[in-house]
Design a protein around this ligand. Structure first.
Ligand SMILES: CC(C)(COP(=O)(O)OP(=O)(O)OC[C@H]1O[C@@H](n2cnc3c(N)ncnc32)[C@H](O)[C@@H]1OP(=O)(O)O)[C@@H](O)C(=O)NCCC(=O)NCCS
Length: 233
């Protein structure tokens, strides 16, 4: 967790070393109807407009879908006004700006998890947030008792392919001309054996990796069972 000196005052050393506040918090939670307009905008930035508001509304209403968002909460610029010291032992409170910077979804169909979207705001890519969401989806699939995860991804989408390969997905086929706008092929990727006992161990290893990667941030899973995984880190 990062620390900072909110007023730029020369505190005695013992106080400067005190972890006053964290710089940013990451929260993963289920999307709700109030998030739709922000997520549609994020979708436009990540995918060029894959789903519209009705598309997200449909997923929100489906019991077979897990539609999750990733929020970042950063302290406001004007620290002098926003930081409130509660007592002389330097506990403090900040006003946070919260933005949705990631979205992902899976459909549960029979014993399969279909990963339908996974996107991180372009300004926040390559910081470990994509793998944090993928881990959370895979854990959701496991909690639902699903056996396999699958998805389609554009053959040229190196960043997404690298992410999925890193987490053990394998190519099993190709859909030629799958993307109507570009005519590009899609690769079909699978990850099997989610229902086998060893997969729980895999999940805890992934948890260690993904949380370790973003250890400058405080991470929480609101309302998702994955919160209990904190004991693994
Ligand atoms: C694909 C996407 C979700 C990855 O999210 P991200 O937050 O940037 O990825 P992370 O920082 O978590 O990276 C995790 C791993 O993914 C791979 N990866 C991510 N971006 C990469 C890039 N530009 N080049 C190569 N590998 C990349 C790496 O294996 C990386 O692990 P490493 O950092 O240890 O090398 C993001 O690039 C995105 O939103 N793209 C646009 C939407 C999209 O194409 N979604 C996928 C559709 S199925």
């Amino acid at each position: 967790m990062r620390t900072f000196n909110p007023f730029g005052i020369n505190y005695p050393l013992s106080i400067i070393n005190y972890p006053l506040v964290s710089m940013a918090k990451i929260t993963i939670q289920k999307m709700s109807p109030k998030d739709i307009s922000s997520v549609v905008e994020l979708d436009r930035l990540c995918f060029g407009g894959l789903w519209n508001a009705q598309g997200y509304q449909r997923e929100l209403e489906s019991p077979n879908s897990d539609l999750l968002i990733l929020l970042i909460s950063q302290n406001t610029e004007d620290r002098k006004e926003k930081v409130v010291f509660q007592s002389s032992n330097c506990e403090s409170q900040l006003t946070y700006n919260q933005s949705i910077i990631g979205v992902c979804c899976l459909w549960a169909i029979l014993e399969e998890a279909h990963i339908t979207i996974l996107g991180i705001h372009p300004q926040y890519q390559r910081l470990g947030f994509g793998q944090l969401l993928l881990y959370t989806l895979m854990r959701s699939a496991w909690e639902r008792g699903l056996e396999r995860a699958t998805l389609e991804v554009a053959a040229s989408n190196i960043s997404a392919l690298s992410l999925y390969y890193k987490f053990g997905f394998q190519d099993v086929g190709r859909r030629r001309g799958y993307y109507q706008k570009t005519g590009e092929d899609a690769l079909i990727l699978w990850h099997s054996h989610l229902h086998q006992q060893e997969f729980e161990q895999t999940l805890s290893e992934w948890h260690r990796q993904v949380v370790g990667r973003i250890n400058d941030y405080e991470v929480s899973w609101e309302g998702l069972k994955v919160e209990n995984q904190h004991s693994y880190s």
